[in-house]
Design a protein around this ligand. Structure first.
Ligand code: TYD
Length: 206
């Protein structure tokens, strides 16, 4: 099973994933937690270029292509081999982030970005996608409180940008109702994590 976790900045993805990892370990599931770039050096190098605060002149299609390139390398080196070995693969952000950020918020168009990503991923969609949904105003306030977290180029975008990201994520959830589970991320990490875990368990039984 290939599971992805998506959400706007400050949606509590990282904390929820940490808790989820503990639960999965406790219950002896065979899983790996990863994120793009998630290990491969090539993907890491690409990510450095994308998130570098100096790269303010980066064209939006260049950005979308770089995310797709990093995604592919991560699939080839990490996701596909692990799925083949029977692991549950949990990925912190994947395709839907590109559709929401580059397709929706940057206005390239969700379908244009999807087309490009079909080439990159050869049509590998997640089986299950959790969207941690939160009003970006609340999310960004959460981030600003957490001074340890490094601010990247996408964090520096306006509130308006992040509102478009959220709207796009919600649109995707409507478009793909079978794989999307929308979770109210205002809830405590514990509750969010419980909801994620119980859905995973149900799906594993199917
Ligand atoms: P990251 O440090 O991983 O942030 P987070 O903790 O929010 O996941 O930074 C990734 C940033 O890149 C984040 O702002 C979302 C953005 N992004 C895209 O715009 N498109 C993508 O395809 C992906 C994977 C991420």
């Amino acid at each position: 099973m290939f599971i992805t976790i998506e959400g706007c900045e400050g949606s509590g993805k990282t904390s929820a994933i940490k808790e989820l990892t503990k639960l999965l370990k406790k219950n002896h599931h065979k899983f790996i937690l990863t994120r793009e770039p998630g290990g491969p050096r090539i993907s890491e190098d690409i990510r450095q270029i994308i998130l570098d605060k100096r790269n303010t002149m980066m064209d939006k299609r260049t950005e979308a292509l770089l995310y797709a390139a990093s995604r592919r390398q991560h699939l080839v080196e990490t996701v596909w081999p692990k799925l083949k070995e029977g692991y549950i693969v949990i990925c912190d952000r994947y395709l839907d982030s590109s559709l929401a950020y580059q397709g929706g918020a940057r206005n390239i168009g969700i379908d244009n970005v999807l087309k490009m990503n079909m080439f990159a991923t050869e049509g590998t969609f997640p089986d299950l996608t959790f969207l941690l949904d939160i009003d970006p105003k609340i999310g960004l306030a959460r981030i600003n409180k957490n001074k340890q977290r490094e601010v990247n180029r996408l964090d520096l975008e306006s509130l308006n940008f992040h509102n478009r990201v959220r709207k796009s994520f919600l649109l995707l959830a409507k478009r793909y109702p079978k794989r999307f589970v929308v979770i109210d991320a205002k809830k405590s990490t514990e509750l969010v994590c419980k909801e994620i875990y119980s859905t995973i368990k149900k799906r594993l039984k199917k």
